[in-house]
Design a protein around this ligand. Structure first.
Ligand code: SAM
Length: 326
């Protein structure tokens, strides 16, 4: 935990007028546009606190400095050395001995089993790390009864990026493509492969992947996912049609995954958390979960530290957060 004087020092040095140059510093500067108090209030609203916490994918350490107000021991792990360097630069600037920042991969966390009372993981699971791997590691490093907080993007995040103009547009489109393929279409792979000979003419002539999926008798939600991809326009309908044809011909065994991450649905996380051995799972919109002293969870926003974004975009869940108990 921090003394009042230490908190005051962090507060006064939180947003330097002149940041060193470099992409990792630019990231930190963007994070520090919100006050230190904002992040502390979010941790307080979440009701997190106690002995030891690990931030998995800590970036430049923003949340770690806030977690210091609630935990005795804070460690942050990130596999990008430049971000760890910035976190250590900030730690020196704040004249702190904690947190401990380590370069490392959350797929193989370099801490002993049952080291932490809590794991905090915000905006890290964007598709690059399989959920199963991350949850297995979180479970391993947690003490019995420990709790993992995971915040991540839903499909609405991809749509909100996609509707923006400019360079992020493509990332949004890729994110929607990856989300819909992995969540809804990947289970059609065997069906497409099996049906390709019987429906050879359809595979030759279909102008849209959704027509092909209908022809092979795919589930309505898979067809709807294909139609949603086709509605994006740009190169996505052609990419999907090629993927389905290639899968049918056996030249590829899964859908493309253009770089840009993916969004998840809470049910996917719950299934993985429970398979990994977590015994209780709660989710709500980003910034809504609030752990109470009696172990119950309240769901609602904090007036002093409101969520980063609205819960939905065009009807799709945008960002959500989860708690899983070991
Ligand atoms: C969007 S940033 C979020 C950083 C921080 N949690 C925050 O909210 O400011 C995602 C971070 O996750 C890190 N990351 C992604 N995959 C990782 C992995 N497998 N192991 C460790 N860090 C990872 C990246 O280096 C990056 O700093």
């Amino acid at each position: 935990m921090l003394t009042a004087a230490q908190r005051k020092t962090i507060d006064s040095k939180w947003n330097p007028t002149r940041w060193p140059t470099g992409p990792a510093y630019d990231y930190a500067r963007a994070m520090h546009r919100r006050s230190y108090q904002f992040y502390c209030d979010r941790i307080q609203h979440l009701g997190f606190g106690g002995g030891a916490v690990l931030e998995a994918g800590c970036g430049t350490g923003t949340w770690c400095f806030a977690l210091l107000t609630a935990f005795d021991k804070v460690a942050g792990v990130d596999f990008t050395q430049e971000r760890i360097d910035v976190a250590n630069w900030l730690k020196a600037r704040f004249r702190l001995k904690k947190p401990e920042f380590r370069k490392g991969d959350i797929r193989a966390i370099s801490f002993e089993n049952e080291t932490f009372d809590a794991v905090f993981c915000s905006s890290v699971l964007l598709g690059g790390v399989p959920l199963e791997k991350a949850y297995a590691e979180f479970h391993r490093v947690l003490k019995p009864g420990g709790v993992a907080y995971v915040e991540l993007n839903g499909l609405g995040y991809g749509y909100s990026l996609f509707r923006e103009t400019g360079p992020r547009h493509e990332i949004g489109g890729h994110t929607i493509y990856n989300s819909l393929c992995q969540r809804r279409l990947s289970r059609t792979v065997a069906q497409i492969r099996a049906a390709s000979t019987a429906h050879a003419t359809a595979f030759e002539s279909a102008g849209a992947a959704s027509d092909l999926l209908k022809a092979v008798g795919a589930e309505p939600d898979a067809v709807a996912a294909a139609e949603a991809i086709e509605a994006l326009g740009d190169g996505y309908p052609a990419l999907l049609l090629k993927d389905v044809r290639d899968i049918g011909q056996g030249t590829r065994d899964k859908f493309s995954q253009p770089s840009g991450g993916r969004g998840y649905e809470p049910e996917e996380l719950e299934a993985v958390a429970r398979q990994t051995g977590f015994r209780r799972f709660e989710w709500s919109h980003e910034g809504w979960l609030s752990l109470q002293d009696d172990g119950t969870v309240r769901k609602g926003t904090s007036a002093v530290a409101p969520p980063f974004s609205q819960p939905f975009f065009e009807g799709h869940l945008r960002r959500f957060e989860t708690l899983s108990w070991k």
